[in-house]
Design a protein around this ligand. Structure first.
Ligand code: GDP
Ligand code: IMO
Ligand code: MG
Length: 411
């Protein structure tokens, strides 16, 4: 039995989707355990190109059973569209995708409140995806949430009625448009009818799998520094964790540079958008279509993520994107008022003030996108990988040299 957790070591979008799709070939179960459809995981394989928000990225492996755990928050419309899209692409998810009845539903008022809170925060806005994530998690922990299991009794209607009265009052106070109870009830009832065949308590399924020595892959959404406790609060997102007892390895997915979407500190940010490096690193966000902010690789961030999650091996993604740069900067540490500081010594606002210590590495000219083995890489690219391994003290076991599943070097 193996249980491999795949986690993002930066601010999300490290390439987790691709890595999970790659690793899924050898496992029996792939579970999404946190976040919601604020996630956007890109998978490129023999079925096509997909931006997946809720269904585990490992679902493309034919024998895999996909699980959406109780910690995930779900916008039913997005889930239904995703299931239909995957079935249309002949991925065939019916009978092997199971959703926990404990997972909470994102309701229309969560999305409205997300937007109204962001507006009210003005300059201090988080830059959320406006998918209702913060408000649905707030409802979950304050006992105001609605779960799939509520549809099996009259709990759905009675709970919705109370919530809509409450939420409409807040919406109106913030100059928003009130929602109609009957419309929301009927819409969500129709969603439930479509999702019902996929809802199943996961407890016995997981327990039986563990007992039978099956292999599990746990797919995290978001990245370490978007965590509400350890991330750059309040510029973070919300999630719930998993018990770690059975985890046999933790794969940290690290992008060869850094990106971030939304507001908040990004210490190694490249601010000059007219530079060649900026153009080379720039990406479009998979969920919102916003342009991602970019920066050099920040080893203080990766080192912290490795320690926080007990990462046992790294998958370095997007090394190919660095090709052609004359010099590559890598942040190797922080200073504040002339003294060495670490990520945990400062808060989000302090992080904006730290001075970065950079190391300059010689770049390489060669296109590495066809490289199959570590030895196919130019010496400078190998040095870059070694520098990361030495700085964070875990081996780089996989290297991404392109967005497709196969564009992966295994060491
Ligand atoms: P996730 O949220 O962590 O799954 O990452 P996203 O899918 O949001 O963003 C990662 C982007 O990088 C996507 O466009 C991927 O197709 C792409 N990608 C992943 N790994 C590699 C790689 O090794 N090389 C290149 N060039 N692109 C990659
Ligand atoms: P994946 O799984 C990058 C960011 C948003 C915003 C903050 C809060 O694709 O790596 P939210 O809508 O979640 O309340 O927004 O969190 N964010 C992500 N950034 N990748 C993600 O997911 C993200 N999920 C949330 O941009 O700054
Ligand atoms: Mg993403």
């Amino acid at each position: 039995m193996t249980v491999t957790a795949v986690i993002g070591s930066q601010w999300g979008d490290e390439g987790k989707g691709k890595v999970v799709d790659y690793l899924a070939e050898h496992v029996d179960y792939v579970a999404r355990f946190n976040g919601g459809n604020n996630a956007g995981h890109t998978v490129i394989n023999e079925f096509g190109t997909f931006k997946i928000h809720l269904v585990p990225s490992g679902i493309f492996a034919k024998n895999v059973i996909g699980l959406i755990g109780g910690g995930v928050v779900i916008d039913p419309r997005v889930l239904i569209e995703e299931i239909e899209m995957l079935n249309k692409a002949h991925v065939g998810v019916d009978g092997r995708l199971w959703i926990s009845p404990r997972s909470h539903l994102i309701m229309p008022y969560h999305k409205i409140l997300d937007g109204l809170y962001e507006q009210a925060k003005g300059e201090g806005a988080t830059g959320t995806t406006l998918r209702g994530i913060g408000p649905v998690f707030a409802d979950k922990v304050s006992y105001n949430g609605i779960r799939w299991s509520d549809f099996t009794s009259d709990a759905f209607e009675s709970r919705l009625k109370v919530q809509m009265e409450l939420k409409n009052k807040i919406i109106i106070a913030l100059d928003g448009q009130a929602l109609k109870y009957n419309e929301v009830r009927d819409l969500y009832r129709s969603y439930y009818e479509k999702v019902k065949p996929y809802i199943q308590e996961l407890f016995s399924l997981v327990q039986a799998g563990l007992k039978a020595g099956k292999n599990f892959l746990l797919e995290q959404a978001m990245g370490t520094f978007l965590d509400t406790d350890w991330g750059t609060y309040p510029f973070v997102t919300a999630w719930a964790g998993d018990p770690p007892r059975y985890i046999t390895s933790v794969v940290g997915v690290t992008k060869a540079y850094t990106t971030r979407v939304g507001a908040g500190p990004l210490p190694s940010e490249i601010h000059d958008t007219s530079t060649e490096v900026y153009e080379q690193f720039a990406e479009v966000a998979a969920t919102t279509g916003r342009i991602r902010r970019v920066g050099w690789l920040d080893l203080e961030i990766v080192r912290t993520a490795v320690l926080l999650s007990g990462v046992t091996e790294l998958c370095l993604t997007k090394l190919d994107v660095l090709s052609g740069l004359k010099d590559i900067q890598v942040c190797v540490g922080y200073k504040l008022n002339g003294k060495d500081v670490t990520y945990v010594d400062v808060d989000s606002y302090g992080l904006d003030k730290v001075e970065l210590v950079y190391k300059t590495i010689k770049g390489w000219k060669e296109d590495i996108s066809k490289a199959k083995n570590f030895d196919d890489l130019p010496a400078e690219a190998k040095d870059y990988v070694t520098l990361i391994e030495e700085a964070v003290d875990v081996p780089v076991k996989w290297i991404g040299v392109g967005p497709e599943r196969e564009a992966t070097i295994r060491r």
